[in-house]
Design a binder for this molecule. Structure first.
Ligand code: GAR
Length: 215
């Protein structure tokens, strides 16, 4: 069974989508550890519901970003994971961490990258009157939200809808897309070759890695 480590900072709905997919066998792996950099968050409760091992490593307990990342690296390495997933992990990681897991580290980001790296992606899309918004799953390198794109899911913005509604719709896409990508990575259908994503012939995403979702 392949080993997954999931890093979270809050709500953990993506963590739950991954846990469900592991439980029903659509992801050929198991979540061996969930790490949160925030204590007492909903995501940790969700992890307990699935009987997952959890650890809180608060960045506030460390003198520097590098020191936090080193501790995080040690904890994740101790699991010897096949894949590390940033699922709503809201800390910028230094190369101390990203280099240690190069090719085995993926992130989900709520925008159609390279549009809107960083925070407040939903409000920016609304304020700019964008027609489309979406999510990106990508390999992580040292650049913030800058690593090679694996897959994107897009929706059409309804300008009469609130930001809360838009976030709900984005979450629906995330919960469908992220487990699918994880499954394919663990099956060896998706891999990172240098700076490029390689899709095997059987990969769903090789043919179409930018999908429109009617959510
Ligand atoms: C998700 O929308 C994810 O894309 C985003 O945080 C949310 C976490 O939701 N991640 C980032 O913004 C990372 N830059 P969740 O805690 O319910 O899974």
């Amino acid at each position: 069974m392949q080993k997954i480590v999931v890093l979270i900072s809050g709500n953990g709905s993506n963590l739950e989508a991954i846990a469900k997919a592991c439980q029903n066998g659509s992801i050929p792996g198991s979540i061996e550890l969930v790490i949160s950099n925030q204590a007492g968050v909903k995501g940790l409760e969700r992890a307990q519901k699935y009987h997952l091992m959890t650890k809180t490593i608060s960045h506030e307990d460390f003198a520097s970003r590098e020191a936090f990342d080193l501790s995080l690296t040690e904890q994740v390495l101790s699991i010897e994971p096949d894949l590390v997933v940033l699922a709503g992990f809201m800390r910028i990681l230094t190369s101390n961490f990203t280099d240690a897991f190069a090719g085995k580290l993926i992130n989900i980001h709520p925008s159609l990258l390279p549009e809107y790296p960083g925070l407040n992606t939903h409000s920016q899309a609304l304020e700019n009157g964008d027609l489309m918004h979406g999510v990106t799953v990508h390999y992580v390198n040292g650049e913030l939200d800058g690593g090679p794109v694996i897959a994107q899911g897009a929706l059409k913005i309804d300008p009469t809808q609130t930001e809360t509604k838009l976030i709900q719709r984005i979450h629906k896409i995330e919960h469908a897309l992220l487990p699918k990508v994880i499954a394919e990575v663990l099956k060896g259908l998706i891999s990172l070759q240098g700076k490029k994503v390689k899709f095997e012939a059987k990969s769903h995403f090789g043919k179409n890695n930018m999908e429109f979702f009617n959510v």
